[in-house]
Design a protein around this ligand. Structure first.
Ligand SMILES: *Cc1c(COP(=O)(O)O)cnc(C)c1O
Length: 369
């Protein structure tokens, strides 16, 4: 599904050199490596402020805490995402309010957001799923009408652009992840908060270190959400390669798109992902098929790894049953969870390898017509 070792291989000498420098420096937490990474990644993403944190999950947590969201508050979000999106809302004591997704992009259906807003809503938390931006222009209008801040979950969308601008710059906070399977993968857990507003950026910076400012004086309760110097130093080596990897992912996506379009299969058997906006970075290439489970089993038999993101939508998770969302309440998210299948798309995927995946997918589904 993803060969992280192969991707790091061309950079291995530099990575080891930088790791030993950090080990010899004796500065392992925050410090100059983290500050340098924050400057470089802010410039790369076109954002004003970047704050390195311990994971993408903690980026979400810090953002929610930075806005003072807590018990009694509601946050409108998508039911079709990695668990952390809604998990963090619950962890600060607030209630996730789920709005169904668009069937074409898997992203939150902005047209349904307004009707989910109540007097208790304190923020909207969209996810740029699989690397494609949400309709941020439309979401902005809704959020502005109700005077609500947007927190962007851009964990899968580093470098994604939308017609409204680069992701991470469109909300009051942007949340990124360097989990190894993300487009810019670290060597363990790491994440980033972005912000345009200096005061909100400073809040995140303070929350990241137990709310301490100055040291040992705590105006607010934060946590240990700090980024390691080692992660920052290694991510600095990988960052300049990111655009090249993204270009390769797009090329791989275009190859799948073309091959699947030419296969002439009915859309219920095989549907390529919709690219609604340019600027998709394809963290995942996710097809839909009514025969998803059989297709996945067949591919597994042929030695081809795939993944299901996500088999259970968030509103149907056991931990959220008390929220009262019945089966059928968010039909598009539920249908997607039974039909989606992510195919290998990583930058080092060989053309021959990909050709075999295409043949196997089309061969299996073609034979089942
Ligand atoms: C990966 C991911 C996260 C969490 O990031 P971690 O670094 O793994 O904590 C949050 N939201 C989404 C959509 C993700 O894909």
């Amino acid at each position: 599904m993803l060969d992280v070792v192969a991707q790091n291989e061309p950079l291995i000498d530099r990575l080891i050199e930088r790791a030993s420098e950090v080990i010899r420096s004796g500065r392992y937490i925050l410090g100059p490596e983290v500050e340098a990474f924050e400057r470089e990644v802010a410039e790369h993403l076109g954002v004003d402020h970047a704050i390195g944190v311990s994971s993408g999950t903690d980026a979400l947590l810090v953002s929610l805490m930075g806005l003072g969201i807590g018990p009694g508050d509601e946050v409108v979000t998508t039911p079709f995402s990695f668990f952390a999106t809604a998990g963090c809302i619950a962890r600060v004591g607030a209630t996730p309010v789920f709005v169904d997704i668009r069937p074409d992009t898997f992203n939150i259906d902005v047209a349904q957001v307004a009707s989910a807003i109540t007097g208790r809503t304190r923020a909207v938390l969209p996810v740029h799923l699989f690397g494609q931006a949400c309709d941020m222009k439309a979401l902005w209008e809704v959020a502005c009408q109700h005077d609500l801040p947007i927190i962007e979950d851009a964990a899968q969308a580093i470098g994604t652009t939308s017609p409204a601008g680069p992701v991470g710059k469109l909300g009051v906070y942007g949340c990124f992840s360097f989990f190894p399977s993300k487009n810019l993968g670290g060597f363990g857990d790491a994440g980033l908060v972005t912000a345009s507003d200096e005061a909100l950026a400073e809040k995140a910076r303070v929350l990241r270190a137990h709310g301490s400012k100055p040291k040992y004086h705590h105006g607010v309760v934060g946590g240990n959400f700090r980024l390691d110097a080692l992660q920052a130093a290694l991510l600095r080596v990988k960052l300049p390669a990111l655009d090249g990897w993204t270009a390769q992912r797009r090329k791989n996506a275009a190859r799948y798109d073309e091959a699947f379009a030419n296969a002439g299969l009915p859309p219920d058997l095989l549907q390529s992902p919709t690219r609604r906006f340019e600027g998709h970075i394809y963290n995942q290439y996710v097809i839909r098929s009514s025969r998803r489970d059989e297709l996945q089993a067949h591919l597994r038999e042929k030695g081809i790894a795939t993944a299901i993101y996500y088999p259970v939508p968030l509103h149907r998770q056991a931990c959220f049953q008390h929220l009262g969302y019945e089966t059928g309440s968010l039909p598009e998210a539920e249908r997607a969870s039974t039909e989606v299948l992510a195919l290998p798309i990583f930058a080092g995927l060989g053309e021959a390898q990909q050709g075999r995946i295409i043949e196997t997918v089309v061969g299996f589904l073609g034979g089942s017509r």
